[in-house]
Design a protein around this ligand. Structure first.
Ligand code: ADP
Ligand code: ASP
Ligand code: MG
Length: 408
């Protein structure tokens, strides 16, 4: 029998009724003749609530203890879903990340999966059981419980799908696929039927929460197709791109055109005039994950460093700020108040038309860009955080709605 991995996000398992609905969907998949592995996130806002609780006790909670705390969220959801499947007459068993053989490095809070040894999962599938796996967590070689960074259940699902040689990996959520922008921000955003791994990864890294960036990276490495779909919608039919999004190799693409707009509100900009190696060493010691690192020393007066730090997995910001102050005085600062808005598409930076048009439109709308960065798939503007949603709507209108009006 073919193996299917399905992942259900927090909203999809937010209460008992929804857990029962997920159990019914799992049973339908089973009746279609598949072996099913289900990966679950913590119920509703559990992860945020547990984090808030920890912050009430300490402004700088230890990363290891946070992992012990946060991994409990998914453990609750897995047990309840397994109970719900059994109540419907199915045979299910739940496993933590560790029991499922998810082995990670020993970096707490945003660990990376190094390998998956899914022996217990395979044994239970062979017994005809549905296996329910707690997402977002693993175990390090030192036998410490780790978590995979916010949104990490998607990564569990794809890594498990790759290790089991699954037919596909369904990521089921409150939205029926990947849209040209967050549909909560841009009401006329459109669902994208098929996307390449590269474009999806850039969208995810730029803040499109619907799929986790590391999950897409794993899918790309192993060639697993991701089906992003609505939990409330049908099971994938002959053409899963007709009512969801399929992320796969060789997706049709129009080089040079923007496929999506994404944004990230909770970013800090690290700006430093300091020895870059020393600065990066401190960031590594504190496990601060940055992106878009840029070091310039052309003028001969030392290193000028800039970097974007997502706040998402930074839970000891006061401690990091204090350490930067202690080491560099005022010469290394974490600037707050900015957000990042990105447009993504293969080949959009072959020339600078996208950059120039975006710059012009943002300025005209009174959103002065305070920074700009490009990759071959992406252009990112740093702007006032309060204006991020307006900028997303503006760029979506300019690069997507006007360029290719919807088919009537
Ligand atoms: P889950 O709990 O199921 O993992 P998430 O909250 O992580 O769900 O992701 C789903 C949310 O992502 C949607 O509710 C939507 O508001 C948001 N989102 C952001 N960008 C996009 C996009 N480009 N396409 C679809 N949804 C998006
Ligand atoms: N529960 C975790 C989070 O809220 C992981 C996930 O939902 O994928 O980030
Ligand atoms: Mg998610």
């Amino acid at each position: 029998m073919s193996i299917v991995v399905q992942k259900y996000g927090g909203t999809s398992v937010a209460d008992a009724t929804r857990i029962r609905q997920v159990a019914e969907r799992v049973m339908r998949t089973r009746r279609e003749g598949h072996d099913v592995v289900v990966v679950v996130s913590a119920m509703g806002h559990t992860t945020d609530e547990l984090l808030a609780l920890a912050k009430q006790i300490s402004p700088n909670p230890e990363r290891r203890e946070l992992d012990m705390l946060l991994s409990a969220g998914e453990r609750i959801a897995m047990a309840l879903l397994s109970i719900a499947i059994r109540e419907l007459g199915g045979d299910a068993i739940s496993f933590t990340g560790s029991q499922s053989g998810i082995i990670t490095n020993d970096r707490h809070i945003d660990a990376r999966i190094i390998e998956v040894r899914p022996f217990r999962v395979q044994d239970e599938l062979a017994r005809g059981r549905v296996v329910v796996v707690a997402g977002y967590q693993g175990v390090s070689y030192r036998r410490e419980v780790t978590t995979l960074g916010r949104g990490g259940s998607d990564t569990t699902a794809v890594a498990m799908a790759a290790a089991l040689g699954a037919e596909w990996c369904e990521i089921c959520s409150d939205v029926d696929g990947v849209y040209t922008a967050d549909p909560r921000v841009v009401p006329d955003a459109r669902r994208i039927g098929v996307l390449s791994y590269e474009e999806t990864q850039e969208l995810a890294e730029s803040g499109a929460k619907v799929l986790n960036a590391q999950a897409v990276e794993f899918a790309k490495q192993s060639g697993i197709a991701i089906y992003a779909r609505a939990t409330g919608g049908p099971l994938p039919g002959a053409d899963p791109s007709s009512d969801g999004t399929v992320v796969r190799r060789h997706a049709p693409r129009t080089p040079g055109s923007v496929v999506g707009v994404a944004s990230e509100r909770d970013v800090l900009v690290l700006q430093a005039s300091a020895d870059a190696d020393r600065l990066l060493e401190i960031l590594d010691m504190r496990s601060v994950a940055g992106k878009q690192l840029h070091v310039a020393s052309y003028a001969g007066d030392g290193d000028q460093v800039t970097m974007i730090v997502s706040r998402e997995n930074l839970h000891d910001e006061p401690r990091v700020r204090a350490e930067l102050d202690r080491t560099f005085g005022g010469k290394a600062q974490l600037l707050d108040g900015l957000g990042a808005v990105s447009v993504v598409g293969a080949g959009i930076n072959a020339n600078y038309l996208t950059v120039r048009r975006g710059n012009g439109a943002l300025r005209e709308a009174g959103v002065a860009p305070q920074g700009l960065a490009t990759s071959s798939f992406r252009t990112t503007w740093l702007i006032d955080r309060a204006k991020v949603d307006d900028a997303v709507r503006l760029l979506h209108e300019m690069f997507i709605a006007r360029e290719s009006p919807p088919v009537p």
